[in-house]
Design a protein around this ligand. Structure first.
Ligand SMILES: C[C@](O)(C(=O)O)[C@H](CC(=O)O)C(=O)O
Ligand SMILES: [Mg+2]
Length: 297
C-alpha cells in the first residue's frame, strides 16, 4: 500500500548480486507507475524507465529534449511503487561531465538502482536509427569518471552504453566497451548489435555483465531469453514494448468507438474495474481508512 517496502540501497545490492548469478534478468520498460506494479506482480526481475517512452509520453521524439528534472521525477514515481530495482535511461547524462555528476546524484536521490549513460553526441537519437554520431572515446571516459566520482552509493549501478556498433563496427564497439569498463562501468550496453553471435563476441571481450536491448522495429534480431542466456547476456530490456502494446490497443479502441458509436464491443478486452482495484490494493486503503477512523472515535 502507498509505496514500496524494500529500501533502495537493498534493491541496489540485490541487483548487483543478481547480475553475478549467471541468470538472465528481464527488465520490461514501465510506461507509468501502474505498469511497474504489473511488472512486479508478474515476477520480472526489474523495471526499466526508457528515455524513448518518457519522451513519447510527452508526445516528443527521443532526441534529447527531456530534461533531467522530468526524467528523475518520472523515474522516481515509477521506482517508488515497486520493490524491484529500477534502471533508468540517462541518455548522454544531460550535459558536460559536471552535469553528469549532478545527474547521478539526482537519480540516486530519486530512488533509482542505476542508470545508463551513452556515448552519443548531443542531440542524441534512438540507437536504432541511422545518422547517429558518437563522441570520441576520451570524452565518454570523462562522462564515466564524473559519474563514478559523484556516486555516493557504491551499489548504484553505472551502465555504459556504446552506440559505436553502427559507426565503428563490432570491433570498435568492443574496444570502447573495454575502455568504459576500465573507467568504472559496472554493466555494458552494446546498442544495436545485429544478432546472438555479436553478443557472444562482446561477452568474451569484457569481464562485467552485459545487457541486450530487445526493442522492436530496430536493428537487433528479437532474441529469446534462452538464446540470450546461452550467449551469456545478463540483463534484457524490453524498453518500449508495453507502450507499443498499449498504444496499439488505444488506437484500435478509439477507431471502434468512432465507427461503432459505443465502446460496448471493447469491454471484454479491457482490464476490469476489479483487476484495476486489485493492482491498486484498493481494499488496503479502505481498511486503513477504517482503522484510522476507528482509532479516532
Ligand atoms: C533503449 C532506448 O534508449 C530507450 O530509450 O528506451 C531506445 C529504444 C528505442 O527507441 O527503441 C534506443 O535508443 O534503443
Ligand atoms: Mg533511450
Amino acid at each position: 500500500m502507498l509505496h514500496a517496502r524494500v529500501p533502495v540501497h537493498e534493491r541496489r545490492a540485490a541487483l548487483r548480486a543478481a547480475l553475478r548469478s549467471g541468470r538472465l534478468l528481464r527488465f520490461p520498460g514501465a510506461f507509468n507507475p501502474l505498469s511497474a506494479v504489473l511488472i512486479t506482480e508478474l515476477g520480472f526481475d526489474g523495471v526499466y524507465v526508457s528515455g524513448a517512452v518518457l519522451a513519447a509520453d510527452l508526445a516528443l521524439p527521443d532526441i534529447g529534449l527531456t530534461t533531467l528534472t522530468e526524467v528523475a521525477t518520472r523515474a522516481g514515481q515509477i521506482a517508488r511503487v515497486t520493490d524491484l530495482p529500477t534502471l533508468v535511461d540517462a541518455d548522454t547524462g544531460f550535459g558536460e561531465p559536471m552535469n553528469v555528476a549532478r545527474t547521478i546524484q539526482t537519480l540516486e536521490d530519486a530512488g533509482l538502482a542505476g542508470c545508463h549513460l551513452e556515448d552519443q553526441v548531443n542531440p542524441k537519437r534512438c540507437g536504432h536509427l541511422d545518422g547517429k554520431t558518437v563522441v570520441p572515446t576520451e570524452e565518454m571516459l570523462r562522462r564515466l569518471r564524473a559519474a563514478v566520482a559523484a556516486r555516493r552509493d557504491p551499489n548504484f549501478l553505472l551502465c555504459a552504453r556504446t552506440d559505436a556498433r553502427a559507426l565503428e563496427g563490432l570491433t570498435g564497439a568492443i574496444e570502447r566497451a573495454r575502455a568504459y569498463v576500465d573507467a568504472g562501468a559496472d554493466l555494458i550496453f552494446p546498442e544495436a548489435l545485429a544478432d546472438a553471435s555479436e553478443f557472444e563476441a562482446l561477452r568474451g571481450a569484457v569481464d562485467v555483465p552485459i545487457l541486450a536491448n530487445m526493442t522492436e522495429f530496430g536493428k537487433s534480431e528479437l532474441l529469446t531469453t534462452s538464446t540470450l542466456e546461452s550467449v551469456g547476456v545478463n540483463l534484457v530490456l524490453y524498453p518500449v514494448t508495453l507502450l507499443r502494446i498499449a498504444m496499439g490497443a488505444v488506437e484500435d479502441g478509439l477507431r471502434r468507438i468512432a465507427t461503432e458509436g459505443t465502446q460496448a464491443g471493447l469491454v471484454e478486452h479491457m482490464q476490469t474495474r476489479a483487476r484495476l482495484y486489485e493492482l491498486l490494493d484498493y481494499s488496503a486503503y479502505t481498511s486503513f481508512d477504517a482503522s484510522v477512523l476507528t482509532f479516532r472515535t
